[in-house]
Design a protein around this ligand. Structure first.
Ligand code: IDC
Length: 506
């Protein structure tokens, strides 16, 4: 359990101790426990959807097992998927019951839980909470803290004024005591301006087999991929993106929008908005973003062709003026021929180009983006029959514990002829779980560094699987910096990504 920093809309609480008279009146069975609680409820909301993070503090005697209760103000608000508690909802009334590992709360102890929700009409915040039936009333702090710290923090030079001042955050009035004042932020967040990956490199394009920056010089982008944003939106917020920029010193944020598995197909406009929000969060920090149309099952991207056209028409129009957006049109085609993938690409790419003519586009390859190797083929099918389009790259994905020398030699060969981008890789087996293969991961990353092939690691999340960079529970806690929150995979990859970039500047 990890106390959250006050960033919430609302902190409510009261220590409801019992007066001596009440104790005296108690039957001999024993003294009644003192009770009391404080709750901080924080939301990030977008059209039709929201994430709620809730911090619960026990101000009474130690408890073993708790149930939090609250009522949504609007009947259109629903809990969709929760974490760190078992949720149930009847009408507008919600309860969240503790799990084994977080049920015990000592006096003054806190725990974090949360959920993804949906809403219609409006999305007001619940204002009253109970813990084990006792209302958390009164105030342990300001009743209304800013809903968010300024989206863009001060630049690397503490003396410089932020590019976006707190007045640009409509939900927070500048007088409302921002949690972090501009001068008091030693953990600086670079802006998209000078000194950031985006600021230095500007608009990218494909040059020969490389990705080139605004000086027409090859560069390598290194960064992290989200897990499925339909499941892990709790991990993507101002703090985690600040950590990715400042602590990990990453260049790139891949936004994995699953199409199936409760993804885009269930709520196209909601997921489109979510992706756009993450693009903005990356851009304001000087990170490049990859918009990943995360097709996986079914493996034939043509199954999602109509959805892809709708989605990319929208995100490409919306983000056309940005310098930092890369489009990945099909995560991992599988069980499908190169000819079918190429046909899909040649229908989706023109839709993007119509709105955003000069962005780099990544095309998935056969056999889970293995250049065909996982299907017994190789890069020659693409070399002999490339996608008819310019300014594109081909995806190569690997999982270090499963994919070794023959995959490495295929990529090395292909990279001499095709522009390659490792838009996803894992340090573990292709299941996304299991032990980290340190030697193979390092062999892969050395190869990619040497060839200046960009990469994004799966995943910047606290999923309970070996490929996740953060330990389970991290995203409910709110601290993303340092090595204490990292898994073995996270620590290894952070070390690799943190080394200085050598972006050419002329
Ligand atoms: C995995 C996730 C896992 C999830 C599964 C199915 O790690 O939690 O249950 O997808 O959605 C890929 C895919 C990527 C996989 C990953 C690990 O692009 O979606 O994520 N992987 O299996 N290709 C190779 C491996």
């Amino acid at each position: 359990m990890r106390p959250r920093r006050a960033r919430g809309l609302l902190t409510i609480g009261a220590a409801a101790g019992l007066v001596a008279g009440a104790l005296a009146a108690m039957p001999a069975a024993g003294a009644m426990a003192a009770t009391g609680c404080a709750v901080t409820y924080t939301t990030n909301s977008w059209q039709g959807g929201f994430t709620a993070n809730i911090s619960i503090k026990n101000l009474g005697d130690p408890i073993k097992g708790w149930t939090l209760g609250f009522t949504f103000p609007n009947s259109g608000q629903k809990v969709v998927q929760g974490w760190s508690a078992t949720y149930s909802q009847t009408g507008s009334a919600v309860t969240a019951k503790s799990l084994d590992y977080n049920g015990s709360l000592g006096t003054g102890a806190s725990t974090g839980i949360g959920f993804n929700g949906s809403w219609s009409g409006s999305n007001p915040v619940p204002t009253s909470f109970t813990l084990n039936g006792v209302t958390c009333t009164g105030s342990t702090g300001p009743t209304a803290t800013p809903t968010a710290t300024p989206t863009v923090k001060p630049t690397a030079t503490p003396t410089a004024t932020p590019t976006v001042t707190p007045t640009a955050t409509p939900t927070v009035t500048p007088t409302a005591t921002p949690t972090v004042t501009p001068t008091a932020t030693p953990t600086v967040t670079p802006t998209s301006g000078a000194g950031t990956p985006l600021g230095i490199n500007g608009k990218l394009h494909v040059c020969g087999v490389n990705l080139c920056n605004q000086y027409n010089r090859p560069i390598q982008l290194r960064g992290m991929s989200t897990h499925g944003i339909q499941w892990f939106s709790r991990c993507y917020n101002d703090s985690s993106l600040n950590a990715l920029v400042n602590d990990w010193k990453a260049d790139l944020f891949r936004i994995s929008m699953y199409v199936q598995e409760q993804g885009y197909e269930t709520n196209p406009s909601g997921f489109t908005d979510m992706v756009n929000r993450y693009v903005d969060m990356a851009e304001s920090r000087g990170l490049y973003s990859i918009i990943d149309f995360h097709t996986l099952t079914p493996g034939d991207p043509n199954y999602n062709l109509a959805r892809a056209k709708t989605f990319f028409a929208s995100v490409a129009a919306r983000n056309a003026a940005k310098k930092g957006v890369i489009y990945e049109i099909a995560n991992e085609p599988n069980g499908v021929s190169w000819a079918s993938i190429k046909s899909y690409a040649e229908q989706v790419i023109p839709v993007i180009r119509a709105a955003d003519p000069d962005a780099v586009i990544i095309v998935g390859t056969r056999g889970w983006s293995s250049l065909g190797v996982s299907d017994g083929s190789n890069e020659s099918e693409i070399v002999n029959n490339p996608v008819k389009a310019t300014n594109i790259m081909y995806a190569f994905h690997f999982y270090a514990a499963s994919h070794k020398d023959n995959y490495r030699s295929t990529l090395s060969r292909a990279a001499a002829k095709l522009p390659m981008f490792v838009s996803e890789f894992g340090t573990v087996s292709a299941s996304g779980d299991g032990a980290v293969d340190v030697a193979s991961t390092n062999a892969w990353l050395d190869l990619l560094d040497g060839l200046k092939i960009g990469y994004a690691n799966w995943t910047y999340s606290d999923a309970g699987e070996g490929s996740a960079a953060f330990k389970p529970g991290t995203c409910s806690g709110g601290t993303y910096t340092g090595t204490g929150v990292l898994t073995q995979s996270g620590a290894l990859i952070r070390d690799r990504i943190r080394t200085a970039d050598d972006f050419p500047t002329s």
